[in-house]
Design a protein. Structure first.
Length: 581
């Protein structure tokens, strides 16, 4: 009966008006995708890598190309036989030019306090044999995790910005002095090459910021040269070697835990000098260029509000940040800047709704706001911004607390409820938005039906999550009955392969393709080159000069990208797939 039921679902989905939605497969108890928000760090070698549901005794790494699910490795237990853990956590995907990195963690808990915890650092080349453990530490009397590869600060996420070529730069505890202080580490994907990163004077670098950024072929982060919070710290740069790890600025300041991705040759971060309030700083990677940001009109008396969901987020055209008008009230204004003099602007007035979660596009952002003053009964709103005051709007006055967003062809895909019965969300289904309130609506009721003993009846929910895009197709996880399924959604819009076939479009002239270190692009002049991931994230944009243009793609992760050449005069475009090996 269950099998016929699933067949009926698939037939319904493929023959309905939403003919582009179809069921790919039903997950098993082992290979169900655990991670709710798929990040760009999950994409590796044309697949999405993820962890299964796991248990207290084992954990598994899987990969999918959107058609099949493959077990990469079953890791088994963390603790030795005879010692029972409270659970296993696998997280912190990150990657370099040729390796995927992640952490595995487990702990044992006593009657009133943790007994100990084990942290492991792993790397993978995408194969079972090439998935190996690099380091493992066991700390007694604590639940401490030893490694921090990457992460998000209040919702703003940095994609593998802390890698230089085949070296990953990350935070870890000092195994020689396992106190509460983090130091900087480096790994080339081998056990011997996984070690503390020293500065050019041979000293350890303490308290490195988790969320630095890569700029000018180097990684920049905030840290200090001693195991103490006094007398402040510095902005550091590294090329992944000890000799190339050094202070950028000569002055001292305290730096917050987040930086922007670079824009127009600069990055932004929050910092303060001793005994001063945090302020917005900028750096171009030089001592002279590391200084308080001067382009903040109309902000006198306002406080910085860092670690919100949009803090230092870069959509490729502007960097967003928040300011708190008064210290006594938990409200925030939203601002944006492109570093152009006079173009630092407030895009949303003061509100009790704080940015909580975002999805960045190319020159725009979708924002989930929440009213923190309500505590556990917090109210959420869904918004959109193109970086201007007039283009910042509310799409849903009451939104679900979405743990998963997906961006597909510039539209947002997300779970949203139709109604609420008290605290119960009714009919949480697949919604989409193109950035306008009128086109923010339910796309499909995947799990129809209702529970009638509620008044009014409580509609069943598929709770879609774990959105990802491969080969210009959107995938997501949702429930229907007792089954958790992987679904595929193909937009009716033009596919990647068909783009560039219009009458004004030209053939794409890029060589070599596939590429490794560079691409050569011929232009007749007045052209702009844009390279995006298949998830729509812009990874390169530049103007092309007349003749041959040689562009460096060495630091781009392996994968498939979409290259677009657009003539700025007549709008003619050409595009196609670019394969980075």
């Amino acid at each position: 009966m269950k099998k016929n039921y699933l067949i009926a679902i698939a037939v319904f989905l493929s023959t309905s008006v939403f003919a582009q939605l179809s069921l790919v497969t039903t997950f098993t108890a082992a290979n169900e995708l655990k991670q709710e928000q798929i990040r760009e760090d999950n994409y590796f070698q044309g697949h999405v890598f993820y962890f299964g549901q796991g248990s207290t005794t084992s954990s598994q790494l899987y990969k999918t190309d959107g058609n099949t699910i493959t077990l990469v490795k079953d890791f088994g237990p963390v603790y030795p036989e005879g010692e029972t853990a409270t659970g296993i956590s696998i997280s912190n995907f990150n990657q370099t030019s040729d390796k995927l990195f992640f952490t595995r963690y487990s702990m044992r808990f006593g009657t009133t306090a943790p007994l100990d915890a084990i942290s492991e650092l792993w790397t993978s080349d995408g194969t079972t044999e090439g998935t190996i453990k690099l380091a493992s530490y066991r700390f007694a009397g604590t639940s401490r995790s030893a490694f921090v590869l990457s992460g998000e600060s209040g919702g703003t996420y940095h994609k593998y910005q802390n890698s230089i070529g085949n070296r990953l730069i990350f935070n870890g505890y000092d195994s020689e002095n396992p106190g509460n202080t983090l130091i900087m580490w480096v790994s080339d994907g081998t056990a011997a090459g996984t070690k503390p990163l020293l500065d050019n004077g041979g000293g350890k670098v303490y308290g490195g910021v988790f969320f630095g950024t890569r700029m000018n072929g180097k990684y920049y982060f905030g840290a200090r040269p001693q195991n103490s919070i006094d007398p402040g710290g510095h902005l550091y740069e590294t090329d992944g070697t000890n000799s190339g790890t050094k202070k950028v600025n000569s002055g001292l300041f305290y730096m917050s835990s987040n930086t922007s991705e670079p824009l127009n040759g600069k990055m932004l971060f929050w910092a303060n000098t001793v005994n001063e309030n945090y302020g917005l700083w900028e750096s171009d990677g030089t001592d002279a260029g590391t200084k308080p940001f001067a382009g903040l009109p109309g902000t006198a008396g306002k406080k910085t509000y860092y670690s919100t969901g949009i803090d230092m987020a870069n959509d490729g055209k502007q960097v967003y940040f928040t300011l708190q008008p008064t210290a006594a009230v938990r409200t925030a204004e939203v601002w944006a800047t492109d570093f152009t003099p006079g173009n630092t602007r407030k895009i949303r007035d003061e509100s009790i709704f704080l940015p909580s979660k975002i999805e960045l596009g190319d020159g725009f952002v979708y924002i989930l706001y929440w009213d923190s003053n309500l505590g556990a009964s917090a109210k959420f709103k869904l918004g959109y911004s193109d970086g201007t005051f007039s283009g910042t709007k509310t799409l849903l006055e009451e939104s679900a607390s979405a743990s998963s967003f997906g961006l597909y062809q510039n539209s947002l895909y997300f779970p949203q409820y139709e109604s609420k019965n008290g605290f119960l969300y009714s009919n949480v289904e697949l919604w989409s938005s193109d950035g306008t309130a009128e086109n923010t609506k339910m796309l499909h009721d995947i799990y129809p039906g209702e529970v009638t003993f509620y008044n009014p009846p409580y509609k069943l929910s598929s709770n879609p999550r774990s959105f990802f895009v491969l080969e210009n197709v959107l995938y997501f996880v949702a429930k229907n009955g007792n089954n958790t399924n992987l679904y595929r959604f193909k937009s009716a819009e033009t596919s990647v392969d068909a783009i560039g076939s219009g009458k004004n479009n030209r053939s794409l002239n890029v060589f070599p393709n596939p590429c490794t270190d560079y691409v050569s692009i011929h232009s007749a002049g007045n052209d702009e080159w844009t390279l995006t991931s298949l998830q729509g994230k812009v990874v390169m944009r530049t103007e092309l000069k007349e003749g041959n243009n040689v562009l460096n793609v060495n630091e781009l992760p392996k994968g498939i990208y979409l290259g677009i050449i657009r003539n700025k005069i007549n709008g003619a475009t050409s595009s196609g797939k670019i394969i980075k090996k």
